[in-house]
Design a protein around this ligand. Structure first.
Ligand code: SAH
Length: 341
């Protein structure tokens, strides 16, 4: 059966027309689906009983099943294990803060880019998520009682490798008829695919763009992120300068700090030189161990401090991301096909 969340407002209006129902019902249905987040057409009490019946006959309401929910003892982070209609599983993470609540959504089952430090790509790409599978992660978070204010496309998968569906999802998140979340409260994180960055630039979506850099030399970045062999730093940086120029927006660079690999003072200087003059900031993330055999470790606290201090002294804006949900394998790079293992 077709999931109703595959339909845009316009498509839903057309469907209503085809069954002799007034088009304004579409707005009411959207409100039930994305604002009240109900899980059954019978709960849509301002619709007529015949319309509710028609909807129940024609459509499913949710493409995801919440299989497991883990709550962190350290912070209030929650991790959801979700089953898709074909039995595949994905994860999403909710991070409540005092005045906002961020959800980290997945965009693919697995990932094709094989960054060596990341658990999500270990088994390669299985498939793209559909638009409704992406948005339903937020619906489930809301249904669990969270007032979600921010969305980051930083879960499993590479958003720019599934850009059509990600763009459709952003449209719904943004829409006053659906989630009504401002574009500036959404962040796409990418391993750096120039064609995708260009498309985002042309769309002028006002979203935040985050680029996973992790190394300031081609030699090291290619070792950590195989995509760098295809699009070396020179190309990536050139594309991003164009993006910044055209959109007038700041770009964030994610930089995982790994002990004895990319976290020395000279690495910090190299990074500062690479990004000099760009409207950007660096978000440092201490490496999260995803597997016993990775061979990587996070640096000690004093090394992290020194790295940060060097960037600051070089005039490069930076923040250190507080890692959340570490005890539930919910931290960066830890989302995986855990149910299958
Ligand atoms: N494919 C996208 C989004 C998913 S990864 C991307 O590459 O940006 C989200 C972020 O988590 C990226 O910055 C990624 O590099 C980072 N990450 C992956 N594995 C990690 C690990 N083991 N420790 C810390 N951060 C990690």
């Amino acid at each position: 059966m077709r999931c109703i969340k595959e339909l845009s407002l316009k498509e839903l209006k057309e469907w209503l027309k085809s069954t002799n129902e007034p088009a304004y019902r579409a707005g009411q249905i959207f409100h039930w689906l994305y604002s009240s987040c109900v899980n059954d057409f019978t709960e849509m009490t301002n619709l007529s009983a015949p319309l509710r019946q028609k909807l129940t006959k024609q459509f499913e309401i949710s493409p995801l099943r919440l299989v497991n929910k883990l709550g962190s003892f350290i912070d209030k982070t929650e991790k959801y294990l979700l089953e898709l209609p074909d039995g595949q599983t994905i994860e999403s993470v909710i991070m409540p803060y005092p005045r906002r609540c961020t959800i980290c959504v997945s965009t693919q089952v697995g990932c094709r880019f094989h960054c060596v430090f990341c658990a999500s790509g270990r088994n390669g790409l299985i498939r793209n998520l559909t638009q409704d599978e992406i948005i339903e992660q937020v619906v489930l978070g809301k249904r669990e009682g969270h007032r979600i204010t921010h969305i980051v496309f930083m879960g499993m998968g590479e958003p720019l490798d599934n850009l059509d569906n990600v763009i459709k999802a952003i449209g719904l998140f943004n829409s006053p008829d659906a989630f009504n979340i401002g574009a500036r409260r959404m962040t796409i994180s990418t391993c750096g695919i120039p064609a995708g960055i260009r498309r985002l630039m042309d769309l002028r979506l006002q979203i935040e763009l985050s680029v996973s850099l992790h190394a300031a030399s081609d030699e090291l970045r290619s070792r950590l992120m195989p995509i760098n062999k295809q699009y070396p730093l020179k190309n990536l940086i050139k594309e991003l300068k164009e993006y910044i120029n055209q959109t007038n927006r700041q770009v964030t660079f994610e930089y995982i700090l790994i002990d004895k690999l990319n976290s020395s003072e000279s690495d910090a200087l190299l990074l500062s030189r690479l990004l000099r003059g760009m409207n950007c900031k660096v978000n440092l993330i201490s490496f999260n161990d995803t597997a016993a055999d990775s061979g990587f470790n996070p640096p000690i606290a004093s090394d992290i401090k020194r790295f940060q201090a060097t960037l600051t002294a070089e005039g490069l804006k930076n923040t250190l991301r507080d890692s959340r949900g570490g005890d539930i394998q919910g931290a960066c790079g830890q989302l995986s096909l855990s149910a299958k293992q």
